[in-house]
Design a protein around this ligand. Structure first.
Ligand SMILES: Nc1ncnc2c1ncn2[C@@H]1O[C@H](COP(=O)(O)OP(=O)(O)OP(=O)(O)O)[C@@H](O)[C@H]1O
Length: 290
């Protein structure tokens, strides 16, 4: 199984949103990480065939997805960012509705809906109307509906929005166990959501894939460049001008500043292990200053 993005570019009017994206996905979890407006939703919509690229092609098993639309839809599961629900439906009724849209036979549909509602922890509320659901419950229902046809390719746009920390952990476990022999693509701007589950992280910046690899591979770029130093609070503004500051921890002894730079003149600065969050903030430093 292979999904290939071949030279994808997308412009809206005169504005280039994606530029010459090339990548090949085989079974595994891929995390698309980027700041707001980086082009994540646009890229995922192109991958699902919802919008067409201005240039380039998406190939599923070597064939353009536009030439095998029906076949492709059958192996695809999608959670859009702006997913809307029928609020008067119960969770179960909604799932059955999606199952019928996907053409699942009635008996199988019921079994599959119950299984999935259990997997996302919505058993207890499956007969409640969706309008009574919390944001996190709705999001879990959205994830469940995307998995209804046991898709080979699961595309999730910002799936963890609205999930509390416990739900996030449950989500990560769910995706890890689901992903065997499947392609899972998910977008987020929350580093910790994909740090542990993504086999490959793609950093999307200004419509281009700036870097791709495992978390360990990616952070190598800034190894030896992440520091911590205890500094006087009044000097922080100056440091922020010269360094990419990734954390500030205030205490009675002063402020522990964490920052990324090649060389530093701060005498008590010590090198520390880089994290993916350091790398993210380093890549998206301009956005951080808005
Ligand atoms: N249909 C459209 N017409 C014009 N511009 C668009 C359209 N869709 C997206 N854009 C623009 O393309 C850029 C990328 O948007 P996109 O939604 O893909 O980013 P994103 O990384 O998903 O951001 P977010 O995390 O905020 O959803 C934005 O500047 C957006 O305004």
């Amino acid at each position: 199984m292979e999904l290939r993005l071949s030279d994808i570019s997308k412009s809206f009017a005169e504005t280039a949103v994606l530029q010459e994206i090339n990548d090949t996905f085989s079974a595994g979890v891929y995390g698309l990480l980027g700041a707001n407006g980086a082009g994540k939703t646009t890229l995922l919509k192109i991958i699902t065939g919802l919008i067409k690229p201005s240039q380039g092609r998406v190939l599923y098993n070597q064939l353009d997805i536009s030439e095998q639309a029906e076949n492709y839809r059958a192996v695809l599961g999608f959670l859009p960012q702006d997913f809307s629900y029928y609020s008067d439906f119960t969770g179960m009724k909604f799932m059955l509705y999606i199952a019928s849209l996907k053409g699942l036979p009635t008996k199988l549909a019921k079994k599959r809906c119950l299984e999935l509602l259990h997997l996302v922890g919505l058993d207890a509320v499956k007969n409640k109307k969706i309008k009574k659901y919390s944001g996190g419950m709705k999001q879990r229902l959205g994830i469940a509906q995307a998995m209804i046809n046991d898709p080979d390719i699961l595309v999730l746009d910002e799936p963890t929005v609205g999930l509390d920390p416990k739900e996030r952990v449950r989500f990560r476990n769910l995706i890890s166990s689901f992903a065997k022999n499947k392609i899972v693509l998910l977008s987020t701007h929350i580093v910790s959501d994909i740090e542990y589950i993504a086999d490959c992280i793609l950093l999307l910046k200004n419509g281009k894939i700036e870097a791709a690899g495992t978390a360990e591979e990616l952070v190598k770029e800034i190894s030896n460049n992440v520091w911590e130093a205890t500094v006087d609070e009044s000097l922080i503004v100056n440091y922020e001008k010269n360094y990419v500051v990734t954390n500030e921890k205030h205490s009675t002894e002063g402020t522990v500043l964490r920052f990324v730079t090649k060389e530093t003149l701060i005498s008590n600065a010590q090198r520390v292990e880089p994290t993916l969050e350091d790398l993210y903030l380093y890549y998206f430093r301009e956005e951080g200053r808005l």
